[in-house]
Write a protein that binds this ligand. Structure first.
Ligand SMILES: CCC(=O)SCCNC(=O)CCNC(=O)[C@H](O)C(C)(C)COP(=O)(O)OP(=O)(O)OC[C@H]1O[C@@H](n2cnc3c(N)ncnc32)[C@H](O)[C@@H]1OP(=O)(O)O
Ligand SMILES: O=CC(=O)O
Ligand SMILES: [Mg+2]
Length: 358
């Protein structure tokens, strides 16, 4: 392990100095597009400003025979598009694949100055992040890149989950983590074939009622409650990210047509502490932008608590409920997020500005 004193030194002579804090940029939707698909690529310029992150995907969902076309398409998009307020990310191929070295040695010199974050799939442990850290520093130095490209790891192997804290702590470049429920399910030998979301078989059932004689009626109709398969992993991810100053994200929701369940899955992640989710289809961008922005009701309540709490210490009663030093901190999390998002989202700003606090 590196000495703490060296942690913020560049890993190659001439590479930019590592960042000391990961910028909290809006990233409610990380929108995936295949840069080798002409229809999707054509839509990218018009999507700028409508989504927080545009991610050119080179890994899974891009056919093996199209890997080079996708990489070339990404370079073209990176060079030609002005991304304005939208972040520009890519997902490279996995570190054991035949494509990743060419991904890195092509992308960094060609579009490294524009790339905010590189998403690394199937991260297993700190060693994968150390590899990325060093090679990025070397490539940045060679290309004269002036700001360090950040790293985002997908949590999609059992070993990656077991090593989550060391992954987060492995480099000052670590920007965040995403849950990768499809690969993670396969790696863990889970028995779901769905891409994220719930499963009707993962449930708890109400107790059997008794008849008048007090006998249990196991065959009687009983309410069942579907549970969240991903709760444990998302919660671990949120804690690890909070501990290391990184940002946690829910990943893909594959049932594109089920916008209602997608919204529920995204909201669960938001409530647990995630800042965003992936969007696989344009229809999911709106869902993520809505869910990962605090609601008017939340902000109204939060502002009232903050106002009522004065210097933020002590206890007050508001609408029959106790508020104190801790709940005012919860409210500040909400208000600070709202202010950050409103700074780049005029519709959201207008919505929050119109709130009247009584
Ligand atoms: C599971 C683990 C993972 O790794 S998830 C991440 C990897 N997967 C992906 O990146 C998938 C990205 N999305 C897609 O490939 C497509 O959206 C899929 C799901 C195949 C659906 O495509 P398609 O059947 O064409 O949808 P559609 O007819 O409703 O499309 C309407 C128009 O929108 C376009 N579109 C579609 N998806 C995107 C996208 N992600 N970004 C930009 N544009 C998109 C379509 O090309 C179509 O365009 P047009 O109106 O015909 O010109
Ligand atoms: O890459 C994402 C996943 O779910 O696998
Ligand atoms: Mg995956």
């Amino acid at each position: 392990m590196r000495s703490a004193k060296d942690f913020f030194s560049p890993l190659a002579v001439g590479a930019p100095a590592p960042v000391r804090e990961i910028p909290a940029k809006p990233s409610r939707a990380i929108h995936f597009f295949d840069p080798g698909n002409p229809k999707m690529a054509a839509k990218v310029p018009d999507m700028v400003g409508t989504v927080d992150v545009l991610l050119g995907n080179l890994e899974d969902a891009v056919k093996a025979e199209n890997k080079e076309i996708a990489r070339e398409g990404l370079v073209k998009i990176g060079q030609e598009v002005d991304f304005g307020p939208t972040q520009f990310w890519t997902r490279i191929n996995s570190l054991d694949s035949p494509w990743v070295l060419d991904d890195l040695t092509t992308l960094v010199p060609a579009i490294g100055e524009k790339l905010d974050v590189i998403m690394v799939p199937k991260v297993q442990g700190a060693e994968d992040i150390h590899y990325m850290d060093r090679i990025l520093a070397q490539l940045e130095a060679k290309a004269g890149i002036t700001k360090p490209i950040l790293i985002h790891a997908i949590l999609e192997t059992a070993r990656g989950v077991a090593n989550i804290e060391e992954i987060c702590a492995a480099s000052p470049r670590m920007q965040g983590l995403s849950l990768g429920p499809a690969d993670l399910a396969a790696d863990r030998r889970m028995k779901t074939t769905r891409v994220g979301g719930g499963h009707p078989g993962y449930l708890v059932r109400a107790d059997a009622p008794r008849n008048e004689a007090g006998e249990l009626q196991y065959d009687a109709a009983r309410t069942t409650y579907q549970q969240d398969l991903w709760h444990y992993t998302i919660a671990r991810m949120v804690d690890a990210c909070a501990m290391h100053g990184l940002f946690p994200y829910y990943g893909p929701f594959g049932d594109i047509k089920d916008t209602v369940a997608c919204e529920d899955q995204f909201r669960n992640a938001f409530l647990l502490g995630c800042v965003g989710a992936w969007s696989l289809h344009p229809v999911q961008i709106k869902i993520a932008n809505k869910v990962f922005s605090p609601s008017v009701e939340d902000i109204k309540h939060a502002r009232r608590v903050i106002a009522a709490m004065g210097d933020g210490t002590g206890a007050v009663m508001l609408d029959g409920k106790m508020e104190d030093d801790a709940s005012v901190k919860q409210c500040k999390v909400m208000v600070e997020l709202a202010e950050r998002l409103a700074a780049t989202d005029p519709d959201l700003k207008a919505m929050y500005d119109a709130i009247e606090v009584d």
